[in-house]
Design a protein. Structure first.
Length: 189
């Protein structure tokens, strides 16, 4: 996986941070999505590969990431698994997955639902490293009724990260029926 990230000159440290944040969010929201280890692995792989499309062009890198993954012939993955991972990378930014997107429409209904859940998590995780500076050390989620409080542990200002997550939170809030609220926690306090 990392060989493809390096070969495509994607931002490696950012990819690792987004994967770590996505997995933390996945684990803490497991009671809501009820997904297992295989789906967790697909989320991790998509998080690692989400920016490989930079290799072709920044402007539409999410679409290029999709094509690079789907045509990568990664060993050990079925065509279905590659389609899921590629769709997750495709929808980490810009438009949310909808039937009008041909790559998403090719998936079965169950896989479309899965991609929406995992893309919701990936989008927030990517937003939380908006500055590509790996500021967030720990995330803890607390759900209160229709709100979810994300405790973001960091030593530096998180203004850009919180803004980035807010810009990408719509799918998460729709899929999980909750409003995301962010709280910066300084570990020194």
């Amino acid at each position: 996986m990392m060989r493809l990230v390096r070969r495509c000159r994607a931002p490696e440290v950012h990819s690792l941070q987004v994967a770590a944040l996505a997995l933390r969010l996945f684990d803490q929201t497991r009671p809501w999505h009820r997904l297992g280890q295989q789906e967790r692995d697909w989320l991790e792989y998509a998080a690692m590969l989400h920016d490989i499309g930079y290799f072709i062009n920044y402007t539409r890198h999410h679409k290029h990431s999709y094509h690079l993954i789907i045509h990568s012939n990664l060993i050990g993955f079925s065509p279905r698994e590659l389609a899921i991972i590629a769709n997750l990378a495709r929808f980490h930014r810009r438009a949310e997955p909808k039937e009008r997107h041909k790559e998403f429409a090719r998936l079965g209904r169950a896989d479309q639902k899965l991609v929406r859940k995992l893309a919701a998590i990936l989008r927030v995780a990517d937003g939380l490293d908006r500055s590509h500076s790996q500021r967030i050390e720990v995330i803890n989620c607390e759900r209160f009724d229709k709100k979810t409080l994300l405790h973001l542990v960091a030593r530096q200002d998180l203004g850009i990260e919180i803004w980035g997550a807010q810009q990408k939170a719509g799918l998460f809030e729709e899929v999980f029926q909750t409003k995301l609220v962010y709280k910066h926690v300084n570990p020194k306090e």
